[in-house]
Design a protein around this ligand. Structure first.
Ligand code: ADP
Ligand code: MG
Length: 338
């Protein structure tokens, strides 16, 4: 579909040349490209189509994109660089947005697939988790909930730098999400999202816990095939939550699930050390109010040999720094499934 418009509609000059298709997602396509004004350096171009309103581009989309541009000023090492934003008007009241990112060699899925036995090793895992949590902490302190953290959205550069991609766009897509019947993975999704309860920054911490397990096992932790199946898989491993932790006003009652007891972490992540397990359990805590925040996770004793100062410096630059567990944040309470 995007094929027919390729290359012709760049606003003004043809600065970016498409090289190959990288991926097709829920909202558009991602191409590998070259920046012809910058020595042909590789870029990743994400094309998004949004429906125009009478006044032009929807305000929510403009606001989100300018927020993403503002974040660029911090040059956070664990966030993929947004180099440029272009838009073109096309027929039928649609706008095509082109977000130009720095090109990163591979995502975490590929990285783990390529990793030879016996796996990454404890130091590498700790390093990647620290970078992941640093990126998430930066987003959260800027009031951005990623909402879709998963290995495909975590990029790893050739020198081992981890960078988060694909965040902050939920509001750009807006209601069009509801119109696109795409299959999105449930595997990293927090229980409150699946239950369609109110949610905020803690959803990303759940995803970090799932990724933590995957770094050890090199396979996903909870591979549910439907909403219910995903919840059952979570409860089989983590135990059914206590009734008082069950969210209010959700359609699924607590007692529709079997009373599974929690399993010991060592039975499904045998290589994780006890300190790592403590962090893991704090990430995969059912009740989002009691789930560990990104900034607390970075201060967990699992990371006692890591350089927290590098994180503090970048976060403290933030103009909108909020408390870590800011679950009343107005930006983060829109259900993704609506
Ligand atoms: P969506 O999930 O909305 O389709 P993403 O931004 O996650 O879009 O991109 C889809 C895929 O493209 C990712 O899984 C990743 O493999 C690849 N990709 C995304 N951003 C980059 C980038 N900056 N450099 C290289 N590859 C990327
Ligand atoms: Mg993605």
């Amino acid at each position: 579909m995007a094929q027919s418009n390729r290359g012709r509609q760049d606003s003004g000059e043809h600065q970016y040349e498409e090289v190959s298709l990288i991926g097709k997602g829920a909202y558009g396509v991602v191409y590998k490209g070259r920046d012809l004004k910058n020595e042909g350096q590789f870029v990743a171009m994400k094309m998004i189509r949004i429906q125009n309103t009478e006044e032009g581009m929807p305000m929510s989309a403009i606001r989100e994109i300018s927020l993403l541009k503002q974040l660029e000023a911090y040059e956070h090492p664990n966030i993929v660089r947004l180099l440029d934003v272009r838009h073109t008007q096309s027929l039928g009241g649609e706008i095509q947005l082109k977000l130009v990112f720095e090109f990163i060699d591979q995502d975490l899925t590929t990285y783990l697939e390529k990793c030879p036995s016996p796996g990454l090793g404890p130091d590498k895992i700790k390093d990647l988790m620290f970078q992941l949590l640093s990126g998430v902490d930066f987003l959260h302190s800027n009031r951005i909930v990623h909402r879709d953290l998963k290995p495909q959205n975590v990029l790893i550069s050739f020198d081992g730098q981890l960078k988060l991609a694909d965040f902050g766009l939920a509001r750009v897509y807006g209601f069009q999400m509801a119109l696109t019947q795409v299959v999105v993975t449930l595997w990293y999704r927090a229980p409150e999202v699946i239950l369609q309860a109110q949610y905020a920054t803690p959803v990303d911490m759940w995803s970090c816990g799932c990724i933590f397990a995957e770094l050890f096992n090199r396979r996903p932790l909870f591979c549910g095939e439907s909403d219910i199946d995903q919840l059952i898989k979570i409860f089989e491993v983590r135990g059914r939550p206590i009734e008082s932790d069950w969210p209010q006003n959700v359609s699924l009652p607590w007692n529709s699930f079997q009373a599974f007891p929690p399993r010991s972490v060592s039975s499904y992540i045998p290589e994780m050390d006890p300190v790592g397990m403590d962090l893991f359990e704090k990430l995969l805590t059912f009740n989002p109010h009691r789930r560990i925040s990104a900034s607390d996770a970075l201060r967990h004793k699992y990371f006692k040999d890591c350089d927290i100062d590098s994180v503090r410096t970048t976060s403290s630059l933030s103009p909108t720094s909020t408390s870590e567990s800011d679950s009343t944040d107005g930006r983060s309470d829109t259900p993704v499934s609506k």
